[in-house]
Design a protein. Structure first.
Lengths: 301, 129
């Protein structure tokens, strides 16, 4: 379990992360989303003990992470830019990782060669493409058998086959030994398929932190064609409408609340058309960001 | 064994529950038959194991399956009394479908025939146990 308590990280006078509290449970896959420059990478790096917190703390199973080898040997942080020593091959990097991480599993490393077959064991890593370097860093990370794996935009840059391969490898570790995964990405579809919990950040703050299914069930997209325009007024008094769009006689609404509650209220007016759709993560993201004052500007050039 | 639609708006655990329920109702999964382990299914479908765990947990709560510690999950012998919410939801769905069918020109006897057909298929599924 990772506990983050009132964490603040300041760079000069820039508050990159401000008063963030968050708990990631053991064995869960946590997706961190956010606008550009929201502080995701800073949060991840502070979680991994790369940065020192200015206020608050990060605890791994109750122990601090920063400058604590006991905690750090159990976690791996994969930065958005893979880093390898100059002139090394994957084999040479493996020797280094084996020396640093006590839980390194040589057999696992050999077995995974099959999954990452496109990476030659002896070729210099800096000569490989971006996607292959990313694969190499995942290969090394998973061979260390970490309890916590922190991934900063890991999937971007992998082809669909490898993406599936990597996901399967991660899921296996989660199923077998309850590895905890924290993952940031802009690719919301990817996060939606992978994670069970999500957090949304904006301007250094954590706007939402929830189980993905609960988040999706908390608001709904609804299409209604009313029998009488006055019915719409009546409904807006009873339900919490976040957003509304009208096309002809059919209105699309984003409403906070459970399906049961919304259906109960709307059905009393017997509309011509009534459809409740679950929200996609992308829609949730856009509406929540809109609430926080961050939305698409109607700019035409 | 399952096909999931990751593009669908429906949560994956609900899709999974629907598929398993369907397989139990049509007799593809027999009573006391073991369901694939969370790990196996996660690998086959590339779905987060926690999501599969959740689907199994919900199915157990609804009485479709039971689990034995250390052994796995199994299909429950007989369907218990369905909950009121389940019945209401089914009614809602049927009403919508009937409305559409009537609009498309289905008659009462057409719908009765379909009902008959479904019953016969279920009987056949059960007798091949």
């Amino acid at each position: 379990m990772i506990e983050i308590k009132q964490l603040t990280k300041i760079f000069e006078d820039e508050r990159a992360v401000e008063d963030v509290s968050l708990t990631v449970h053991k064995g869960s896959i946590f997706g961190l989303l956010g606008s550009n420059g929201a502080g995701k990478t800073t949060l991840l790096k502070t979680m991994a003990g790369v940065y020192r917190a200015d206020k608050g703390e990060v605890l791994l199973e109750g122990q601090p992470v920063y400058e604590n080898p006991q905690s750090k040997q159990r976690m791996i942080f994969l930065a958005d830019q893979p880093y390898f020593f100059a002139q090394t091959s994957i084999q040479q990097m493996a020797v280094f990782y084996r020396a640093i991480y006590p839980h390194w599993d040589e057999q696992r490393f050999q077995q995974m060669a099959q999954a990452f077959a496109s990476i030659p064991l002896k070729r210099k890593l800096h000569r490989l493409s971006k996607g292959m370097q990313r694969q190499a860093s995942l290969w090394l990370a998973l061979s260390c058998k970490p309890d916590i794996l922190i991934l900063d935009e890991p999937i971007d840059g992998l082809d669909p086959v490898m993406r599936r391969q990597v996901k399967n490898l991660l899921f296996q570790e989660v199923a077998d030994r309850e590895m905890t995964v924290v993952i940031s990405s802009h690719n919301l579809r990817e996060i939606e398929d992978m994670c069970d919990h999500v957090g949304i950040m904006h301007q250094g703050r954590l706007l939402i932190e929830k189980e993905l299914d609960d988040l999706k069930a908390a608001s709904h997209k609804i299409q209604i064609a009313f029998r009488d325009p006055r019915h719409e007024q009546a409904i807006s008094g009873l339900l919490d409408i976040l957003h509304k769009e009208e096309r002809g006689s059919v209105g699309t609404y984003i409403i906070k609340g459970t399906v049961e509650r919304i259906t109960e209220v709307v059905q009393t007016y017997q509309p011509y058309v009534f459809d409740v759709l679950p929200m996609t993560l992308e829609e949730i993201f856009i509406y929540e960001m809109g609430d926080a004052g961050y939305d698409v500007q109607p700019l035409l050039l | 064994m399952f096909e999931l639609d990751v593009r669908s708006r429906k949560p994956i655990y609900e899709q999974l529950m629907d598929k398993i329920k369907e397989m139990i109702l049509y007799g593809i999964l027999k009573p006391d038959e073991q369901l694939p382990s969370v790990r196996t299914l996660s690998g086959q479908l590339t779905v987060n194991p926690n999501t599969i765990q959740k689907a199994y947990r919900e199915l157990e709560r609804e009485g479709y399956i039971y689990s034995q510690a250390g052994k796995g999950s199994f299909v429950a012998p007989s369907q218990q009394q369905p909950g009121a919410a389940q019945l209401a939801e089914m009614k809602e769905r049927l009403l919508k479908l009937f409305a559409e069918a009537i609009y498309l020109g289905f008659t009462k006897s057409d719908i009765e025939k379909l009902y008959q057909q479904t019953m016969e298929e279920q009987e056949r599924g059960k007798s091949s146990d």
